[in-house]
Design a protein around this ligand. Structure first.
Ligand code: ADP
Ligand code: MG
Length: 325
């Protein structure tokens, strides 16, 4: 049986989790959220957060499209994004590098310059790592963080009746990638979204205290809504017309023969935040000047996960980027 036979990446992770059903009193949340949440470390009661994300050459980056500095930035940003999704603050970072034998030293130095710039932006400190040789360059980062119990936002916290909101615009990274892959001119906005992403550590400390469930959008909106529903035991309804899609994404979709909605729902690597929030708390975000878009609402599990179109058409909310599909 192959990985795609059992349903892909997420089904595989479920299976692996069942192989190690160990519970520990300090493990608040293990496999299944954006980061592990571990108690018993900080005297003030804060939780330790641990996340890890890997970038593999060709699969996640191409040296002919991205500079080494951009790859360094992205490898840090995608990890910080997971800490932001928990409502936390990133702290220390460990970098494991697998490099081809003939890799230029200057390339690695520039990679680290890019990482250092991102670390400075997000307040992260490089504290160690590992280096080895391999056939494809691979950058695997483990990032620690901390969060106060009151600000901890889990994928499992959504309740029916809450609003579902997103930060920023969606689909930009996938649209940029589609133009680059087609060899078409790529506007700076989309190039930036794909090659030099910025995650939402600027907004998460403002959102976390008033939100309920939160997740970062790394695999497309559809997959992330489904993760929240899976973990919270709820349904969800997403209003297609409310999904914030930048005009440049519409242009890119036209040029590459794609549907802009697919970029937003299944594209991935947007590194925006999706969260649920009680209706009464939404004005608190507005008062703080935090601009987010309400894209739908959390419903009872029996209502399913639905994508609702202005025409009245309703589709099952499926899709999302899966590394083994
Ligand atoms: P994200 O997209 O937020 O980085 P992932 O989809 O990569 O999250 O992972 C979802 C959950 O599965 C996380 O809790 C992660 O720690 C866990 N996970 C992923 N791969 C593995 C693995 N190989 N072994 C154990 N846990 C894993
Ligand atoms: Mg995540």
């Amino acid at each position: 049986m192959k990985i795609h036979d059992i349903g892909g990446e997420f089904a595989l992770i479920d299976r692996m989790a069942r192989q190690s059903p160990v519970i520990h009193p300090d493990l608040v949340t293990g496999i299944g959220d954006d980061a592990a949440v571990i108690g018993g470390w900080f005297p003030d009661g804060d939780y330790l957060l641990v996340t890890t994300d890997m970038l593999v050459e060709t699969r996640h980056f191409r040296r002919d499209w991205a500079t080494a500095a951009q790859i360094g930035n992205k490898s840090v940003a995608c990890n910080v994004s997971d800490i932001a999704a928990m409502g936390g603050t990133p702290t220390f970072m460990f970098v494991s590098l697998a490099l081809e034998r003939d890799t230029q030293v200057a390339w690695v130095e520039t990679l680290y310059k890019g990482m250092a710039q991102a670390c400075q932006r997000y307040g992260v400190v490089l504290a160690g790592g590992d280096t080895t040789q391999a056939e494809a360059a691979t950058i695997s980062i483990t990032l620690l963080g901390r969060v106060s119990p009151g600000n901890l936002r889990l994928r499992s916290h959504a309740r029916p009746g809450e609003l579902l909101c997103v930060t920023g615009h969606l689909g930009g990274s996938a649209a940029g990638l589609a133009l680059l892959a087609a060899g078409l001119p790529t506007p700076p906005y989309l190039k930036e979204k794909h090659l030099a992403p910025v995650c939402r550590l600027d907004l998460s400390p403002l959102i976390a205290p008033v939100a309920r469930a939160m997740i970062d959008i790394s695999d497309g909106l559809a997959a992330e809504v489904n993760h929240i529903c899976d973990q919270s035991g709820t349904g969800a309804e997403i209003d297609v017309k409310e999904i914030p899609i930048h005009p440049a994404v519409h242009d890119a979709a036209r040029q590459t023969g794609n549907d802009p909605l697919d970029f937003a729902l299944s594209g991935g690597e947007d590194f925006e935040l999706l969260f649920s929030i009680p209706r009464d708390n939404k004005p608190l975000l507005d008062e703080k000047g935090v601009s987010v878009t309400v894209v739908g609402r959390v419903t009872e599990a029996t209502s399913g996960r639905v994508l609702s179109f202005p025409t009245g058409k309703r589709l099952a909310l499926s899709g999302g980027y899966d590394h083994f599909s």
